[in-house]
Write a protein that binds this ligand. Structure first.
Ligand code: ADP
Length: 130
């Protein structure tokens, strides 16, 4: 899906149309700010979970999210920590499961860089989120 942003220049008195990338659900990617989080579509199988997850998903919440995501797309990316090129999800388990059940190959993620110390990972291997 193509989308365009309009850039007006007050100094030059001109404007131009510039295509920007859109994600699979039609929501544009945001540009990474230096040092800040990056918004990216990641394949579901690339996202692992950190250790602190203890409770199961609420099936009713997942069902509601599936319906909503189908209708209006994912409105809020899940939070992901990148440690040495490996992605760990630490929020958004219901959104993640809704994407899985809908058969969507990717999910929009807000990615921050971290270290093993921040995540407290005991080994290189992690299991998939949720
Ligand atoms: P999760 O475990 O994914 O965080 P919650 O039920 O706790 O699930 O919260 C749902 C979150 O999903 C909310 O933060 C809400 O803003 C977000 N969200 C993103 N896209 C949608 C959507 N299309 N419909 C409803 N909620 C959405």
């Amino acid at each position: 899906m193509a989308s365009f942003s309009l850039h007006l220049s007050h100094t030059l008195g001109s404007f131009s149309l510039r295509p920007i990338k859109a994600s699979s659900n039609g929501v544009p990617f945001s540009k990474p700010k230096s040092g800040g989080p990056t918004i990216l579509e990641l394949p579901l199988e690339k996202i692992r979970r950190p250790l602190m997850r203890t409770r199961a998903n609420d099936p009713a919440k997942v069902k509601d999210l599936m319906e909503s995501i189908q209708q209006i797309g994912l409105q809020e990316p899940i939070d992901v920590l990148e440690v040495d090129g490996v992605y760990y999800g630490f929020s958004g388990c219901h959104r993640f499961e809704a994407h899985q059940r809908l058969g969507l190959p990717t999910i929009r993620c807000k990615i921050r860089r971290g270290t093993k110390e921040t995540l407290r990972i005991p080994s290189e291997e992690g299991s998939p989120i949720c």
